[in-house]
Design a protein around this ligand. Structure first.
Ligand code: GLN
Length: 453
């Protein structure tokens, strides 16, 4: 724990942590020592963990990296983090993320962007560690924690993992409780972890997963011993390669990596087949209707009355306006505007209802592929390696949204997705592959991920 606290101090320029809790960490480490000595160690005893600032942590400031929550200290603990502490993990502090998890480069955070510890060969240009869980990926990649919690609504675990050469698991919707996690788009949000190895992801997921009566969408089914899936043979597994994922803008090195990944799995005894997910081309458009719609509803609670910051006005309406104008950043406001628009009378059927129907078709695409006997799907995690901080900031927001082309479908279908590092590209940057599984079959993903890793 002390070594990690020292490393965090030395790597401040990465802006991975927005709050370090050294006293809490050392206290936790001491308690872990005592339990270890008494032979009462939990499965994560003494393991130092960083927590995305989207998880409510009792007595520890939780901001979602938004100005509107800059003074919010929860009186309760999220289920996911409570599960980690129950198992003996040590809390190092809170990690940077895009404001309310809206973004792909950690640039919408009110604390400024997190920085990728990787650089292009021969270049000092600072690169993004991805988003929205950019603090989690930077911290894990730089050795500032042994693992980090993260959340994924449209790719926020898998894309940052791919950009930093780390492993990220977004489990099946319902696997982990959303209780105490700041809500972005409730039908898509899912907690998970970013770690250095596939095995570490398996170990941490087992701790955070499980039924929680406080989340009505949490799944009441047993949590397997995911670690037991590591090293399991992948012989005979059928792996689908979706032809529609060969999108425009896919970098040639990522395309080549994808082929290599398929070869590795073939060499390990898997059967690789081409599959079709015909509604893929609508995925981004649908996601950027559904997610903002749910966000606009979820973010209505930040009104200056019940939570966080309050900016007074002459009456209650002006108090709302002043608070939200000062508290929310540009991207969050953009999402609220899009969301209220697509939900408003007159546009609801044209946008929101239509998007929901296409979401169903996207889910059915996956169901059809799995019904044909495919066990998992292999795709790139991102269309390009990590890009420079600010590089896309001046482009249209849509260019940033294009980053999510391979990841949003998985959230819309509620499926598990694993990002695994699969080597370095021409510029010396990590490249990641994504494995998509059947509902609640994270085990197959861990077995395949280990074969690639
Ligand atoms: N980049 C996507 C967005 O901005 C996904 C974010 C996420 O998964 N939280 O909405």
């Amino acid at each position: 724990t002390q070594a990690h606290l020292d490393a965090i101090e030395a790597a401040k320029s990465l802006n991975a942590y927005v709050l370090v809790t050294p006293e809490k960490a050392l206290e936790g480490a001491k308690a872990a020592d005592a339990r270890l000595a008494a032979g009462e160690a939990g499965p994560l005893e003494g393991i130092p963990i960083g927590v995305k600032d989207l998880f409510a942590t009792e007595g520890v400031r939780t901001t979602a990296c938004s100005r509107i929550l800059e003074n919010f200290v929860p009186s309760y603990e999220s289920t996911v983090t409570a599960n980690l502490w129950r198992d003996g993990a040590v809390h190092l502090g809170k990690l940077n993320n895009d404001e309310f998890a809206m973004g792909s480069a950690n640039e919408t955070s009110c604390f400024g962007p997190s920085v990728n510890p990787w650089r292009r060969t021969g270049s000092e240009v600072p690169l993004t560690s991805g988003g929205s869980s950019g603090g989690s990926s930077a911290a894990v990649a730089a050795g500032l924690c042994l693992g980090a919690t993260a959340t994924d609504t449209g790719g926020s675990i898998r894309q940052p993992a791919a950009f930093t050469g780390t492993v990220g698991i977004k489990p099946t919707y319902g696997r982990c409780s959303r209780w105490g996690t700041v809500a972005f788009a409730s039908s898509l949000d899912q907690a998970g972890v970013i770690t250095r190895t596939v095995r570490d992801s398996a170990i941490l997921l087992r701790s955070i997963a499980g039924f929680d009566p406080k989340d009505s969408t949490s799944a009441d089914r047993p949590v397997p011993d995911y670690e037991a899936a590591i090293g399991r043979s992948v012989k005979g597994l059928k792996i689908g390669i979706p032809k529609e994922y060969r999108v425009e803008g896919l970098s040639p090195e990522i395309d080549a990596l994808w082929q290599r990944g398929a070869d590795w799995l073939r060499d390990a005894g898997a059967e690789v087949v081409e599959v079709s997910l015909p509604h893929t081309s609508y995925a981004l458009a649908v996601y950027y209707i559904v997610a903002p719609a749910e966000a606009s509803s979820n973010l209505a609670r930040y009104d200056g009355v019940r939570y966080g910051v309050r900016v007074p006005g002459k009456d209650i309406a002006e108090l709302y306006e002043n608070t939200r104008a000062a508290g929310f950043g540009r991207e969050v406001k953009r999402r609220i505007l899009i969301g209220t628009y697509v939900l408003s009378a007159g546009y609801y059927d044209a946008y929101y209802v239509k998007a929901q129907k296409i979401r169903t078709l996207i889910r059915q695409d996956f169901e059809n592929v799995y019904a044909s006997g495919v066990d998992a799907i292999l795709t790139p995690a991102t269309p390009t390696p990590a890009f420079g901080i600010g590089e896309k900031a001046n482009a249209s927001p849509v260019e940033m949204y294009l980053n999510d082309v391979f990841t949003v479908t998985v959230n819309m279908a509620g499926l598990p997705g694993l990002a695994v590092p699969a080597g370095l590209g021409a510029e010396g940057l990590p490249l990641g592959l994504q494995l998509i599984g059947r509902p609640f079959d994270e085990e197959t993903l861990f077995a395949l991920g280990e074969a690639i890793e």
